[in-house]
Design a protein. Structure first.
Length: 530
C-alpha cells in the first residue's frame, strides 16, 4: 500500500536526485565554491543559481540575492553556509517552495550540545513544511554520474554504473570513489546521508528500489535511526535486488569511536546481524569485499546451496580456495562418478578429475572450456570457481574468451554462478576486460572469490527467510492499554530508574502476551525447594 505522503516523499526525492534547477547557498564560499566547481566540471546540464546578496558572481556564474527572487523555482537547494546560519537558510528555502534540501555544512550534533540545538531547530522547521525533505546535515552531498551531476565536495565524478552507494560516513566517500575508479566499478547514485536528521536509509532504499538504473545497493552505516522503516524498506528491496551492508562499530571500542564521530547511538552489533539477516541484507565484515560482493550479487545467478566446484590451472591456489571455503561454512562438491568419467575422457591423464579439478599449469583455452562445461553440468554443483594463474606459455586473452563463451552457452541456462580468480600481473590483466565485459565478476585472489560465493549463498538463505512468516504469532495483540497500565505501574515503580530484573522483565513480557517461562519470587530456601 502506498500512502499519499509516501508518494509526495518519493516525488521530492526524485526532484532532488534528478534536478533541472539547483540553488546553491554558499555562505563564505569556502565549501560552496568547491561544490559549484564540481557541478560545473561534471557538466551538469541544468541551471545553477548561486545565492549571495554581496557578490556579483562566483566562479564566473552570476549570483542571485535570494531564493525568493529566482526566475524559476529550484528542485533542490544545496546549503553550504556556516552551521549557525543553516536553520534560517532552511526556513527561507522552505518558504520559497523548494521541496528538497541537502545540507553539506558541518558543525551539528557531532560537535556537541550547540550543534544538537541547531538540529532541533531544523527539525522543527521540517515539521512545519510537510512536503519538505532534508538530507544531512554534515553530508558530503550526492552524485548521479549518468546525469553528469556532482552535487558534492568530492572532486572525482565516478563512472556510470548499476550500483548505488549510501554512506553514513562523509570522510569515507572520496576514498571509495577513487577505489571504485581503480576497480572499474560505476554507480547509479552516490549519497552521503550525514546525520540523517530527516532522510534516512529507509527513504533512500525505497527510492532506489524503484530506480531502473539501480541493480544493487551498498550501505556503509554506523547506526539506524528509524529501524522499522529501514527493515520494511530493505525487505521489500532485497526480494528483487540485493543489498550489501558494511556495518562499522562491531566492537565496544569501535562503537564508542563511531558515536563520538557522528553523534549517533550505536546499538549492540548482534542485533544488527539478526536484523540484516531477517531483512535479506548481506553483511560483509571486510571493506575490501564490498565491491566484490555487490558486483557478484548484482550480476550472478543465485546458488541453490553452498557446494562449490573448483576448476583451474594452479594447484596451490585451489588448496587455498578450499581452505577458505571449508573454514567459512561452505562445501566442496563431491563430483558425480559420471562427471569424473567425462572429465577423464576430455582431459590428459596428468590432470586431476576430482574436485578441485587441476588442469595443469600449461592448460590451453580448450581444456578450460571442456572442463568448465562438464563441471557445470553436474547436478550436485551449486557454483563454480575458475582459477587462472599466469604461466610463461599461456594466453590470458584466449583463455578468458574460452571461459566467457562457455559460461554464455552453458552456465546461464544451468542457473549456476561462475566466479573467476584471475591471478597475475601486467600480462594476466589483458584477459580481465574480456571477463568483465561478459558480466563475469573477476577477483584478484581465490580467497576473495570464495568469500563472494559464500555471500551469494548467504543472500539466497536470507531471501528464503523473507518469504517465511511465523504461523504461531498472532497478527493482532488483544491488549487493553488502560488495564496494562494498572497492572504494570507497580512493577515499574519498584524498578525505579534501574533495569528490570529477570522476574520483572518476564512479568512485563507476559502482560503483552509474549510467551515466557513461568516464574515466581520466593524469600527462603525452603520455599524455593518447595
Amino acid at each position: 500500500m502506498v500512502y499519499a505522503n509516501d508518494e509526495i516523499s518519493m516525488t521530492t526525492l526524485h526532484r532532488i536526485f534528478k534536478p533541472h534547477r539547483i540553488a546553491l547557498l554558499g555562505g563564505n564560499w569556502r565549501l560552496g565554491a568547491i561544490v559549484l566547481k564540481n557541478l560545473l566540471d561534471a557538466g551538469f546540464q541544468g541551471t545553477i543559481y548561486p545565492i549571495d546578496a554581496h557578490r556579483e558572481s562566483v566562479n564566473g556564474v552570476p549570483t542571485h540575492v535570494s531564493v525568493d527572487v529566482l526566475p524559476f523555482p529550484p528542485d533542490v537547494a544545496l546549503i553550504c553556509t556556516p552551521a549557525n546560519q543553516v536553520p534560517n537558510d532552511v526556513e527561507i528555502c522552505a518558504r520559497a517552495g523548494i521541496p528538497g534540501i541537502v545540507i553539506l555544512s558541518e558543525g551539528f550534533r557531532e560537535c556537541g550540545t550547540q550543534g544538537k540545538n541547531l538540529e532541533h531547530r531544523i527539525a522543527e522547521i521540517t515539521r512545519r513544511f510537510p512536503g519538505l525533505r532534508v538530507i544531512g546535515p554534515n553530508s558530503l552531498g550526492f552524485i548521479v554520474p549518468r546525469l553528469h551531476l556532482n552535487a558534492s565536495h568530492a572532486a572525482t565524478l565516478p563512472a556510470p554504473g548499476r550500483l548505488a552507494f549510501i554512506s553514513e560516513s562523509r570522510a569515507l566517500c572520496s576514498p571509495v570513489i577513487d577505489w571504485a575508479a581503480q576497480a572499474g566499478v560505476g554507480f547509479s547514485c552516490f549519497v552521503s546521508v550525514g546525520n540523517m536528521l530527516d532522510v534516512g536509509f529507509g527513504d533512500l532504499i525505497d527510492y532506489l528500489g524503484a530506480d531502473p538504473n539501480t541493480r544493487a545497493i551498498i550501505l556503509y552505516l554506523q547506526s539506524v535511526e528509524n529501524a522499522r522503516h529501514f527493515m520494511s524498506a530493505a525487505s521489500a528491496f532485497a526480494r528483487r535486488k540485493p543489498i550489501v551492508a558494511y556495518k562499522a562499530g562491531r566492537f565496544v571500542e569501535s562503537a564508542r569511536v563511531a558515536a563520538s564521530h557522528t553523534g549517533a547511538m550505536v546499538a549492540e552489533d548482534a542485533v544488527y546481524d539478526a536484523a540484516f539477516e531477517r531483512a535479506g541484507i548481506v553483511r560483509v565484515t571486510e571493506l575490501n569485499d564490498v565491491f566484490d560482493v555487490a558486483e557478484v550479487l548484482a550480476s550472478q545467478r543465485i546458488p541453490k546451496g553452498p557446494r562449490l566446484a573448483i576448476v583451474g590451472n594452479a594447484g596451490g591456489p585451489a588448496i587455498i580456495a578450499t581452505d577458505v571455503l571449508l573454514a567459512r561454512g561452505g562445501a566442496l562438491t563431491v563430483l558425480n562418478p559420471s562427471t569424473i568419467e567425462r572429465l577423464g575422457g576430455a582431459l590428459p591423464p596428468a590432470c586431476s578429475y576430482t574436485n578441485p579439478v587441476d588442469l595443469q599449469d600449461s592448460a590451453p583455452p580448450e581444456r578450460f572450456a571442456d572442463a568448465l562445461r562438464i563441471v557445470i553440468g553436474d547436478a550436485d554443483v551449486d557454483g563454480v570457481l575458475v582459477i587462472f594463474a599466469i604461466q610463461a606459455d599461456t594466453d590470458p586473452e584466449a583463455i578468458a574468451k574460452a571461459i566467457t563463451k562457455t559460461v554464455a552457452n552453458v552456465a546461464r541456462g544451468a542457473g549456476k554462478p561462475v566466479l573467476v580468480a584471475w591471478m597475475g600481473g601486467v600480462k594476466a590483466k589483458t584477459g580481465i576486460p574480456i571477463l568483465k565485459e561478459a558480466g563475469l565478476p573477476t577477483h584478484a585472489s581465490p580467497e576473495q572469490a570464495v568469500r563472494a560465493f559464500l555471500h551469494l549463498v548467504s543472500y539466497a538463505r536470507n531471501i528464503e527467510t523473507l518469504y517465511q512468516t511465523p504461523r504461531d504469532i498472532p497478527i493482532r495483540f488483544e491488549c487493553s492499554r488502560i488495564e496494562l497500565r494498572k497492572r504494570l505501574a507497580p512493577l515499574l515503580q519498584k524498578a525505579g530508574d534501574d533495569a528490570l530484573n529477570e522476574y520483572q522483565a518476564k512479568s512485563f513480557l507476559n502482560a503483552y502476551g509474549i510467551p515466557v517461562t513461568d516464574s515466581c519470587v520466593v524469600h527462603t530456601r525452603e520455599a524455593a525447594v518447595s
